[in-house]
Design a protein around this ligand. Structure first.
Ligand code: GDD
Length: 443
């Protein structure tokens, strides 16, 4: 892959936000890595196939999923590079039709054909909640004692599973993406930027070049989503209020597609629902921005690098309507408003914006969102033991070869591997073939 060099950055304490860098070439050939070169005034970085592969082998891709169509999920899986571990975290309905069961079978079938491993779990599994409770991480539980609903909560579960699987990087890709090629490009861009990262504390965020829509009978390639525009504007305003200089550096405030090094991910607090992505910026500013004391002084000796990559594929996903966009916008602004580092002029602008939008009444404050503590201090071995004991939805799919079976669990458990389970996969092919040729009424 060839990427434009990010020629500009803004600093917020130890956090360095690099300007948007374009993907120049998706596949840059078999040549070994070469130093960055300047072509027509643009500096270009080349990341070799081998370097991409080195990162992919150490990366998990978490796919948060809530009631998405089976064929779309299948397409997403097909786009995730072979060496990345797939982690599906589902919050799909289980009655009257158990969509999670259908999703697991889709993942199993795919892994069987592609000879790869995966992990899947249902977010509302009481056994998962019990594992969090026993590990002392009760903040994530709701009044029913289950893991809260929400995309951020699903991502948190995925991040934890990725760390249990020993992966050094974790990327997130939504399950409702119609373009497998886009999924593939996102994962490659994660690998390229993480390979080039100068700090062990690194994050990559995707800004797609276009989001096509049918408008007046023709395809119109929108540059920015309706939520991103607003979130970026306010995050940039926050930086400008601190620095005294206007900026447009943040182009990925809402980036659902992003990846992080485990070193950084485990130290970050995670917000619930759709506040999750904008809050990542705020959390970095709060923890490493130097405005308030940092709980991780070891990180401050380095920089925390945020790369923003502009990808080439169009971003085609399920359109969930205006109300959904409004909800996402609101959640983004809520976390900014309530951040201890938010300055009064920014709070005032947010209040004015939300009042004009009719979201809050005059003089009202926006509601606060859930923010969960870093996973670094969670007792992981306790969590895993409890998960294995109590969860009914936790599934591990082992890499499988047709000729010689490779017994390889993504998350190593203390208990010996049940070889019969692995052998069962052989008989599963027929079952799955039947399932997957059923009518698409439930898809
Ligand atoms: N596990 C889990 N739990 N997954 C969820 C949940 C949940 O409670 N809610 C939604 N998801 C999954 C969806 O199935 C989808 O795969 C992904 O999370 C994104 O949710 P959508 O509802 O489809 O959001 P969107 O596509 O409108 O917005 C996306 O893009 C925004 C930027 O434009 C999201 O990624 C946002 O987070 C992002 O800000």
């Amino acid at each position: 892959m060839r990427l434009e060099y990010p020629h500009r950055f803004e600093r917020f304490g130890a956090v360095r936000i690099h300007a948007l860098q374009q993907v120049i070439e998706l596949d840059s050939g078999a040549d070994e890595e070469a130093p960055a070169t300047t072509v027509q005034g643009r500096m270009v970085q080349h990341v070799s196939a081998r370097s991409l592969s080195d990162v992919e082998k150490r990366m998990a891709i978490v796919v948060p999923c809530k009631d998405e169509r089976r064929k779309v999920i299948e397409g997403v899986l097909s786009g995730i590079p072979h060496d990345c571990l797939i982690i599906l975290v589902s919050n799909s309905v289980r009655e009257p039709v158990d969509r999670y069961d259908m999703e697991c079978r889709t993942v199993e079938h795919f892994c069987h054909l592609a000879e790869r491993s995966a992990v899947a779990i249902h977010q509302r599994d009481p056994g998962l909640a019990e594992a969090f409770r026993l590990a002392g991480y009760t903040e994530i539980l709701d009044d029913e004692g289950l893991v809260r609903n929400g995309k951020g909560e699903g991502m948190l579960v995925g991040l934890l599973l990725a760390s249990l699987a020993g992966r050094d990087y974790v990327g997130f890709i939504d399950a409702d993406n119609y373009v497998p090629g886009a999924v593939h490009e996102y994962a490659k861009a994660y690998a390229a930027a993480l390979h080039l990262a100068e700090s062990p504390y690194a994050m990559v965020r995707i800004s797609w070049m276009s989001k096509p829509k049918i408008q007046d009978g023709r395809l119109f390639f929108n540059r920015w989503g309706r939520t991103s525009q607003v979130t970026n504007q306010f995050l940039n305003l926050l930086i400008a209020e601190y620095s005294g200089f206007g900026t447009d550096i943040i182009a990925t405030g809402n980036a659902g597609e992003h990846a992080v090094s485990m070193e950084l991910g485990l130290r970050m607090r995670i917000a619930g629902g759709f506040a999750v992505e904008p809050f990542e910026y705020l959390d970095l500013f709060e923890q490493f921005g130097g405005v308030i004391p940092s709980p991780h002084p070891e990180v401050l000796k380095h920089t925390v690098d945020v790369y923003q990559v502009e990808t080439r594929n169009p971003h085609f996903h399920e359109n969930k309507g205006h109300g959904h966009v409004q909800e996402m916008r609101l959640q983004a602004l809520n976390v900014l408003y309530h951040s201890p580092i938010c300055l009064d002029p920014v709070r005032e602008e947010i209040r004015t914006f939300l009042t004009e939008q009719g979201v809050i009444g005059p003089g009202e404050e926006p509601p606060a969102e859930h923010v969960y503590p870093p996973l670094l201090d969670l007792d992981r071995s306790r969590f895993l033991a409890a998960l294995v004991e109590h969860s009914e939805s936790f599934v591990q799919i082992r890499r499988h070869r047709i000729a010689d079976i490779v017994v390889e669990e993504p998350i190593l458990l203390n208990s010996p591997i049940d070889v019969d389970d692995v052998l069962d996969l052989n008989g599963m092919e027929e079952d799955l073939a039947d399932d997957l040729t059923e009518s698409d009424a439930d898809a």
